[in-house]
Design a protein around this ligand. Structure first.
Ligand code: UT7
Length: 309
């Protein structure tokens, strides 16, 4: 869905969307494609790249706010679709930071030896919860999936440090009011978009720049590194202006920042793994590189991860 397509739906323009967000297009999954259908494709590619057999996956973690169903979890549906018969499976709900939370959880399980191979997926069908009459939000979001296989390394590469933080007092800055247990759908009632994503974008913008900057410094400090040690910065792709502000704060050249927001918009939990995969497949990552990932989303939740490639 291009900016020109959105100009036909709401009072917006390619100029406004491009200059305020950096987004030119976003991908919208067809009605008959479920989030786990996208997750299957991402997972198969990740397992192929990792040379990992299906029976070796011991844990499936899916980060999503748009599961196929409320019950069971996407991870269990994915387990069935992929035949990952030896795995435990659960989902995590941490909006745009879900993949980072998943990295942190995986790091703990791998380090304590409980699981040897973990399949971590970030997948969203945000088009299913986007209000296409609200220009404040509908220009931002897209659908997608990304996945990684995580296992122990014996050469010092891999996850060096992770950080997670939340602030539930600002829960209404990015939320869906109607349609779940606390406030169910009512038959015959027009919910006036309260059953779709509601966002106070400008409030989030300011806190996102500050807290993602702090989160990056935290994982760098933990590893005894500074901003100049970052080989590639793979941020959550929510807004080019947020990413540029963070890069300025860290005195990081934009040459060291991976961007694909132009093509996909904000895909929430799928954003960082899609960007990581594109960075990897396009040859931007070399052994020994320090890769910093960071994200911020509804909850509020935010976090960062430092990975040595
Ligand atoms: O990923 C999870 C976390 N979410 C985020 O990180 C989102 C963070 N926030 C943002 O990225 C930005 O705040 C937005 C892109 C959502 C909005 O950009 P902004 O520069 O903060 O704009 P604004 O909300 O302050 O709105 C400025 C003006 C308003 O008009 P008035 O009141 O000044 O006349 C809006 O009504 O822009 C108007 N506007 C639009 N105009 C054309 C808002 N959306 C649009 C639009 N097209 N799509």
């Amino acid at each position: 869905m291009t900016n020109a397509d959105l100009e036909k739906l709401v009072d917006t323009s390619d100029e406004w969307i491009t200059s305020r967000t950096g987004i030119k297009a976003r991908r919208i999954a067809p009605a008959d494609v479920a989030p786990t259908d996208m997750a299957v494709k991402a997972s198969e590619k990740a397992m192929e790249m990792a040379g990992c057999a299906k029976e070796d996956i011991e844990l499936i973690i899916t980060a999503t706010v748009t599961p196929d169903r409320r019950l069971p979890s996407n991870s269990c549906i994915l387990q069935d679709k992929l035949g990952l018969v030896n795995a435990a499976a659960f989902d995590i709900v941490a909006a745009c930071n879900g993949f980072i939370n998943g990295l942190s959880i995986s790091q703990a399980y791998i380090e304590n030896g409980q699981y040897k191979k973990i399949l971590l997926i970030g997948v969203e069908k945000l088009s299913s919860i986007t209000n296409y009459t609200d220009r404040n939000t509908c220009v931002l979001f897209g659908d997608g999936a990304g996945a990684v296989v995580i296992e122990a390394s014996d050469n010092g590469s891999g996850i060096q440090s992770t950080f997670m933080k939340s602030d539930g007092t600002a829960q209404k800055w990015l939320w869906i009011d109607v349609g779940s247990a606390a406030n169910p759908y009512q038959f015959g009632v027009d919910h006036k978009g309260q059953d779709k994503i509601l966002m106070s974008g400008a409030d989030i913008f300011k806190v996102a720049v500050k807290e993602m900057g702090n989160a990056i410094n935290k994982v760098l400090d933990d590893a005894g590194l500074t901003g100049s040690d970052i080989s590639l910065f793979v941020p959550h792709q929510a807004n080019i202006r947020i990413i540029e502000a963070m890069a300025r704060r860290l005195k990081l050249s934009m040459d060291n920042v991976f961007l694909n927001i132009e093509d996909y918009g904000n895909t929430s939990a799928a954003s960082v793994p899609i960007a990581l995969d594109e960075a990897n497949r396009s040859g931007r990552l070399k052994p020994g590189d320090n890769v910093v990932m960071v994200a911020f989303g509804g909850g509020l939740v935010w976090g960062s991860a430092l990975v040595r490639w």
